[in-house]
Design a protein around this ligand. Structure first.
Ligand SMILES: [Zn+2]
Ligand SMILES: [Zn+2]
Length: 356
């Protein structure tokens, strides 16, 4: 093995470069993985654009990339004792809690009380070096094995898929309930598949263009927010009652307010979206109608179950991976993804080239 590797390093705000860097060392509860696929996330560009100065990342340089899959090539001192083997195919996620605080011990490690503290907390591709690289050294808490029939490209999407699952579970969805998914980006579309698997009755999805059509193809009832008033549409379709669960994936003031106005009395809005700035919400209505408003952060303990569900919907999920590029073509990959060009949805980068 060579001592260095190719990696996409953010050397300063707005300055992403393909560099030759050292292959990371493996800690005792870590594994070194050869990265086969890393999927581009909307958050990547926000980090590049310095949306979160001093938070993501804490300092430069940093290797970005947190939606990834690969193969274990080296075990840390203890990793085999936890059942990991060289050659295991794995999907990775961004978050790892400190493992020792109250929230971590209660399984809520994406809201770790030691979040961001140097040496005791990691978040790959945000605070800690990530997966736009030939190799990544990761905690065994941040990976899960993937089945042989799942491609590396799809396995790289298990981070966002398991995030969508957490959002839906936080809503308390029950079999037979109507839901609205606000937003037809990747998270909204993953939510269609998951909400269906979890027994939702009618699944409405708001959005526009080819992404909304994809939602319809997956079995949701499409609402083009550019042509229809989403609130009126839902109220008419539900005899004025609204839907019990709303999954908010737009991150816009309009989308968040629509969510508040279509949710049924006693219902729940579970939100995954992170608006750039805070937005105004109708808090009086939320109080008077006993609306539960659940923030939903990342994917605590949903990765293994998300993989099992995804394994039953491989064809639909594969069809959402529209573009695949070598790491050398990263600029083209980012511009297609960011510009939503060529009906792109999930765009994957191959740090080790294309597997045979
Ligand atoms: Zn992501
Ligand atoms: Zn913690």
């Amino acid at each position: 093995m060579t001592k260095t590797m190719k990696a996409l390093q953010l050397v300063a705000a707005n300055d992403l470069q393909l560099k030759e860097v050292e292959i990371p060392k493996v800690g005792e509860n870590e594994v070194l993985c050869k990265v086969w696929s890393t999927s581009i996330c909307g958050t990547d560009q926000h980090i590049i654009d310095n949306y979160y100065p001093g938070y993501w990342p804490k300092s430069f340089p940093i290797i970005l990339g947190h939606e990834w899959s690969g193969e274990i090539v080296e075990l840390g001192k203890n990793s085999d004792k936890f059942g990991w083997n060289v050659g295991d195919r794995v999907a990775g996620i961004a978050n790892v809690g400190c493992g020792h605080c109250k929230n971590c011990l209660e399984g809520r490690w994406t809201i770790c009380l030691n979040y961001g503290k140097k040496d005791i907390h990691q978040m790959y591709g945000h605070i800690t070096n990530g997966a736009y690289a030939e190799y990544i050294s990761v905690s065994i808490k941040s990976i899960a094995k993937v089945p042989d029939d799942m491609s590396h490209n799809l396995a790289a999407c298990m981070d966002p898929i398991s995030i969508a699952l957490h959002m839906i579970e936080r809503s308390g969805l029950k079999i037979g309930e109507d839901v609205l998914i606000n937003g037809s980006g990747a998270q909204g579309l993953y939510s269609v598949i998951l909400a269906k698997a979890m027994g939702a009755n009618r699944i409405f999805i708001s959005g526009s263009g080819s992404r909304l059509m994809k939602g319809a193809e997956l079995g949701a009832i499409p609402i083009d927010y550019k042509k229809e008033n989403v609130v009126d549409y839902i109220m008419e379709a539900t005899d004025g009652l609204g839907v019990m669960r709303v999954f908010e994936c737009t991150g816009t003031e309009l989308g968040i307010n629509q969510a508040c106005h279509v949710v049924s009395r006693g219902g729940c809005i579970s939100t995954i979206s992170l608006p750039k700035d805070d937005v105004k919400i109708p808090i009086r209505q939320i109080v008077l109608d006993e609306i539960d408003l659940h923030g939903s952060r990342a994917n605590p303990n949903t990765l293994p179950r998300a993989i099992l569900v995804a394994d039953q919907h491989i064809e639909a999920l594969d069809s959402m991976i529209t573009h695949v590029f070598s790491i050398e073509d990263y600029q083209k990959a980012f511009s297609i993804f960011n510009g939503r060009l060529e009906d792109s949805l999930k765009v994957v980068i191959k740090p080790n080239g294309f597997e045979k």
